[in-house]
Design a protein around this ligand. Structure first.
Ligand code: GLU
Length: 291
């Protein structure tokens, strides 16, 4: 049996906090305990929010924690051509369409339809796509694209589910409601999810799935906030014909008031704690890991 492959995949859009430390250390510990490999991946597809100083800080903070990783590090911004190929593969299967509405137009469409019941939202809390771009005639699509209109490429969820509609994954951790073992994916909860945009030829969902496969990741260990994203990931793995890893979604580290940590929660920032003199072993204890 080849060794298991774990990864930590932060986005360099802020400084790492205790939640990241827990995830990185858990992956690193599991790799060591199982004779596995540990990879670091920089998820920097969002050119407007990701910054080189945050990436440099990731390397520094992880090394300070005593974590080491294989080189070279995969940086997603260097692989847009590979993600574009995957979008083309799905397009050739007739499962992708462009939508042209701006955020404001989408909000207007939702307001117009929200008579009585609230408009459905995806597991991240974003409203499902309310538009009708799927039925735009081909000439109209070409005309808009030719004019340089911005667009999002969406997965036609109904078309996907008409081909196959029962997907499961193996969960070694736990979902928000204690889901574990063989979990049934619920991709319909995401609606026609965005796979790529005109200006960014990929999305979190697409690039994470491609990279986990290309890097041979066998065990995805990440925060429970991404539990239901796995539904989309399983679906994309199926459509693209790539292997499915096992998943372990872990608890989230809360701040002193029990709130989920965010990159703006300074108090739990690793740099901040280091400045206060907390040693790496102290960080392990703070996140509930033994020495
Ligand atoms: N880049 C994602 C984040 O920072 C994590 C992706 C993953 O682990 O699947 O939240």
């Amino acid at each position: 049996m080849p060794p298991p492959v774990f990864r930590f995949a932060p986005s360099p859009n802020g400084y790492l906090h205790l939640g990241h430390a827990y995830s990185a250390l858990l992956n690193f510990d599991l790799a060591r305990q199982t004779g596995g490999r540990f990879l670091l991946r920089i998820e920097d597809i969002d050119g407007t929010r990701c910054r080189p100083e945050f990436e440099a800080a990731i390397y520094e903070d992880l090394a300070w924690l005593g974590i080491s990783w294989e080189m070279p590090v995969r940086r997603q911004s260097e692989h847009f051509a590979r993600y574009r190929e995957a979008v083309e593969q799905l397009s050739a299967m007739g499962l992708v369409y462009p939508s042209f509405e701006s955020r404001a137009e989408i909000a207007r469409l939702i307001a117009a339809r929200e008579t009585g019941a609230p408009w459905p939202r995806d597991p991240d809390g974003a409203p499902l796509y309310p538009g009708a771009a799927k039925s735009l005639p081909a000439e109209e699509r070409s005309r808009l694209i030719g004019q340089g209109a911005p667009y999002a490429l969406r997965l036609d969820m109904a078309a996907v589910l008409a081909r196959a509609n029962h997907f499961t994954w193996t969960e070694h951790g736990e979902g928000p409601e204690g889901e574990t073992g063989v979990v049934s994916a619920q991709p319909e909860a995401w609606g026609d999810v965005i796979l790529a945009r005109k200006e960014t030829p990929t999305s979190y969902h697409l690039s994470v799935v491609i990279d986990d496969a290309l890097q041979g990741v066998t065990d995805v260990v990440r925060g429970r906030d991404l539990f239901w994203s796995t539904s989309v990931h399983i679906l994309l793995q199926h459509l693209l014909g790539i292997p499915q890893p096992v998943y372990r979604h872990h608890r989230l580290v809360a701040d002193a008031s029990g709130q989920k940590l965010s990159k703006s929660t300074k108090a739990a920032g690793l740099r901040e704690l280091r400045k206060q003199g907390v040693p790496p072993a102290g960080i392990r204890r703070l996140v509930g890991l033994s020495d």
